[in-house]
Design a protein around this ligand. Sequence first.
Ligand code: SF4
Length: 76
Amino acid sequence: MDRNLTPEEFLAKILEPAKQTDHICWKCKHLKPVLKDSAYPPADLIGYCKKIHWPFYWCVSEYDVVKKCYAYEARG
Ligand code: SF4
């Protein structure tokens, strides 16, 4: 195990997302991705944005590919 990883980097390494898309959200610290083998969420979601409609989550669909976002913040 690499002990130099930040907590965010460690989680990104062990929690594998279910989808692969061109969303800028993948590089954003506000995305909570749907994880591989997760059965509960609707099938078209890549994850949830924790920022846009705070304090609620916004469902990010794989069909609405976000390329630019005013609230984007790079992962640490
Ligand atoms: S803030 Fe924007 S870029 Fe970041 S997860 Fe939400 S929608 Fe995606």
